[in-house]
Ligand binder design. Structure first.
Ligand code: ADE
Ligand code: ZN
Length: 339
């Protein structure tokens, strides 16, 4: 099964580039930039990776991101992630970046975008990994701050493929950003939003009705409302699910209780993603292996999850056809029958 997973062509649609900052790189960049960290070494930092909620993780994640200063830092971060994609046979990525985490520290927008984009372009050439880039607004900050970030991004809109909404969910409902998302629609930017990770099913409805999102990030709390589950099955509005993240942040107490395969069998367009892999115990391959170990996922289910990711991606139709054929061909070669 491990080699079947390793060679299965995968797409990642929910990945925070700041969440790929491995402790070793964090310390190397801290030294390079003269940034002080509150942990003496890598080992003690790793012991801090015990989270009891989304907020307990975010506090550490924002602290870690403070070592990212130069364009080269953002390049190195993104390049390291792409090397993990090669190892896991991830062929297409749609990644988030959080400009406000950096501009609030005085790092220019162009430094952040330039470094990430340069790595993605070089990675496409070197490894053939296609990509899309999604700018996320931090929902714990105000609507006014989101509008200010959008104004900063406006000269660069042709370099962005969409917008997202992340950070502390509880108490920051999607509706808070309805006007920002409406303006982004006028600018031609498609939207996604984190909803139903820790927050209630109502936040998923809000992100559909008030933000008009194209995908829901997480969305696992949809199970609380059968009518919402039916809606998601009927519309095939995709959910980018992150199994290891959900267990590490206590959304589910153990992998055996995760609902992703149940949602898959109910006809939802669920996909598998790694979220913040440096903090949650693994990249795409590890998430797929966890589904097998914790939930007994079959090879057929793993293939269908990858086909869902093709459907949910923002690739052109020709690339969707090519990748669908590649995954179906892979399944057939391994004697997996897809229904
Ligand atoms: N930012 C980075 N990871 C996140 C997550 N899992 N939920 C919300 N915001 C995030
Ligand atoms: Zn996320």
């Amino acid at each position: 099964m491990d080699t079947f997973i390793a060679d299965l062509p995968k797409l990642e649609l929910h990945l925070h580039i700041e969440g790929t900052l491995e402790p070793e790189l964090m310390f190397a960049l801290a030294r390079r930039n003269g940034v002080a960290l509150p942990w003496p070494d890598v080992a003690s930092l790793r012991t801090a990776y015990e989270f009891d909620s989304l907020q307990s993780f975010l506090d550490l994640y924002y602290q870690g991101a403070s070592v990212l200063v130069t364009e080269q830092d953002f390049f190195d971060l993104t390049w390291a992630y792409l090397e993990r994609c090669v190892a896991d046979h991830v062929v297409h990525v749609e990644i988030f970046f959080d400009p406000q985490t950096h501009t609030a520290r005085g790092i220019p927008f162009e430094t952040v975008l330039g470094g990430i984009e340069r790595a993605l372009k070089d990675g496409e050439e070197a490894f053939g990994i296609s990509w899309r880039l999604i700018m996320s607004f931090l929902r714990h900050l105000s609507e006014e701050e989101a509008f200010a970030t959008l104004a900063e991004a406006e000269p660069h809109l042709a370099r962005l493929h969409g917008i997202g909404l992340d950070s502390s969910e509880l108490g920051n409902p999607p509706g808070k950003f309805a006007r920002v998302f409406a303006r982004c629609r006028e600018l031609g930017l498609p939207a996604v939003a984190h909803a139903g990770e820790e927050g209630p099913a109502d936040y998923i409805w809000q992100s559909i009705q008030e933000l008009q999102i194209r995908r829901i990030d997480h969305g696992v709390r949809c199970s609380d409302e059968p009518e919402l589950v039916r809606y998601l099955a009927d519309t095939r509005l995709p959910l980018t699910v992150c199994p290891l993240s959900n267990v590490r942040l206590r959304v589910f107490d153990e992998m055996a209780h995760h609902n992703v395969l149940h949602l898959l069998e109910q006809g939802l367009c669920v996909t598998i993603n790694s979220d913040d892999p440096a903090y949650f115990g693994g990249y795409m391959g590890a998430n797929f292996r966890a589904l097998v170990q914790g939930l007994g996922a079959s090879r057929e289910q793993l293939c269908r999850l990858c086909l869902n990711a093709v459907e949910a991606s923002w690739l052109d139709l020709a690339d969707k056809v090519r990748l669908t054929r590649e995954i179906r061909g892979y399944a057939a070669t391994h004697g997996v029958i897809l229904h």
